[in-house]
Design a binder for this molecule. Structure first.
Ligand code: ADP
Ligand code: MG
Length: 406
């Protein structure tokens, strides 16, 4: 695949071969960045390594869903979604999950981890009462997981609620007291409901932590621990992510009981369906004209543009709008209503560019995102892997560009 935008800033260079996924090598100058403070930990060499991720052996499912032993009604729902064969993580987690084992599942972005944990839960819910709780780091991801559950539970008489911040509390208070076979939540709102006595977890059989490495981070740790303390000790635990932080090993061990480790990918590489390239700009050179040139190309039709801060996101959105590019923004200072509307406009193709902070980096699944662009180098490798992972999903190819200041 070749990309056709040609005009760059006068001082900028493109990658050495001028095309393809290879990233530009270091320019030989010593890296003046200090590791401390707010500078990104991520180095140009890390990105080059990511861009050169080799194609891995293509996975061939050993069975079709129709032969999987899943309930007929569930098969019908799978068929309606166009899922005929399991992805690797789906195939490998099915049996262990049905046997009630705890699971640590590491598989690349866009590899179908959601259905990997939902299908066995649904199968168990068809067979009997099996209440499960999914925790996710962002509101949009929680909503998306509920959507996937609802599309798979049609005709099964199962109930589900999503509890996320920024929404009407009274409605949640009411829903919390009703039958919920699956609860999907962000930690803050769920804890709030629990502390108000609106919800209990006495019948809970299974805890799933999606994007678990993010959830075990300091930012969520306190709320997460309080929630876990409120759950029955006897329960199944499932942890899923595309990335794994070796420093969290003890926390993971503490959560899981004799787990099956399904490490389908290393936990520190991006999906090899994503072509990645660096755009080198000289210090002080404006990136905006380069960006606008890129976005005016036809194939940049559904783009997520990541920036480091909420202010940068708003600024970029404004500048793109001024340049006549249909764009909207999503970040933590926007109301939940605004965030959802912006995401929906993007999904429906009403806007070309969604400008976002890392709030949209994890889990968000929008069909056919053509390009991910990092306007600044992300803070961490995990952040990079998840951001670029918004494209190249479900076996499709995608492209990612990262602006790097030399
Ligand atoms: P992950 O959580 O691993 O990043 P998702 O669960 O969001 O991935 O799934 C990525 C995409 O793959 C979604 O659009 C989903 O509908 C699709 N998908 C999942 N499982 C299958 C399957 N077995 N066959 C076809 N498409 C699938
Ligand atoms: Mg996911």
């Amino acid at each position: 695949m070749s990309h056709r935008y040609a005009t760059r800033g006068k001082n900028s260079r493109r990658s050495p071969n001028g095309k393809g996924p290879k990233a530009a090598p270091s320019n030989g100058r010593p890296d003046r960045r200090k590791k401390k403070k707010k500078e990104s930990d991520l180095k140009r060499s890390d990105l080059i390594q990511q861009a050169q991720v080799r194609k891995e052996v293509v996975f061939e499912a050993s069975f079709d869903f129709s032969e999987s032993g899943l309930h007929d009604k569930l098969l019908k729902n799978l068929e309606a979604k166009g899922y005929t064969k399991p992805t690797e993580i789906q195939e490998k987690s099915l049996k262990a999950q049905l046997e009630g084992r705890d699971i640590l599942g590491i598989a690349k972005t866009g590899s179908g981890k959601t259905a990997a944990f939902l299908l066995p839960i649904l199968q168990k819910q068809i067979e009997g009462k099996f209440q499960a709780l999914v925790l996710a780091p962002t509101r949009e991801l929680a909503l998306q997981i509920s959507d996937e559950y609802r599309s798979l539970n049609k005709g099964l008489g199962l109930y589900n609620s999503t509890f996320i911040g920024g929404t009407n509390m009274n409605k949640d208070l009411e829903l919390a007291g009703k039958r919920n076979d699956l609860i999907v939540a962000t930690p803050g709102r769920l804890l709030d409901l629990y502390q108000r006595g609106a919800i209990h977890f006495k019948a809970l059989k299974c805890l799933i932590i999606d994007e678990f490495d993010r959830m075990l981070d300091m930012g969520f740790e306190r709320d997460l621990n309080k929630i876990i303390d409120a759950l029955p000790i006897e329960r199944q635990n499932l942890l899923f992510s595309a990335t794994l932080d070796p420093n969290q090993e003890r926390k993971i061990q503490a959560l899981l009981n004799n787990p099956v480790r399904l490490q389908i990918s290393s936990g520190n590489t991006s999906n090899d369906h994503i072509q990645q390239e660096l755009i080198e700009v000289a210090a002080g050179e404006s990136k905006m004209p380069i960006l606008i040139d890129m976005l005016k190309q036809d194939d940049f039709n559904r783009v997520i543009l990541f920036a480091e801060t909420k202010r940068w996101v708003s600024k970029l959105k404004r500048k793109l709008s001024q340049a006549g590019i249909r764009a909207d923004e999503i970040h933590g200072d926007k109301s939940q209503n605004y965030r959802q509307k912006a995401l929906n406009k993007f999904k429906k193709g009403h806007i070309q560019v969604l400008v976002a902070t890392d709030v949209a980096a994890r889990g968000i699944d929008v069909d056919d995102v053509s390009h991910v662009i990092n306007y600044q180098i992300p803070q961490t490798l995990d952040s990079y892997i998840h951001r670029v992972g918004r494209t190249g999903r479900a076996g499709k190819t995608g492209m990612a560009y990262t602006f790097v200041e030399s």
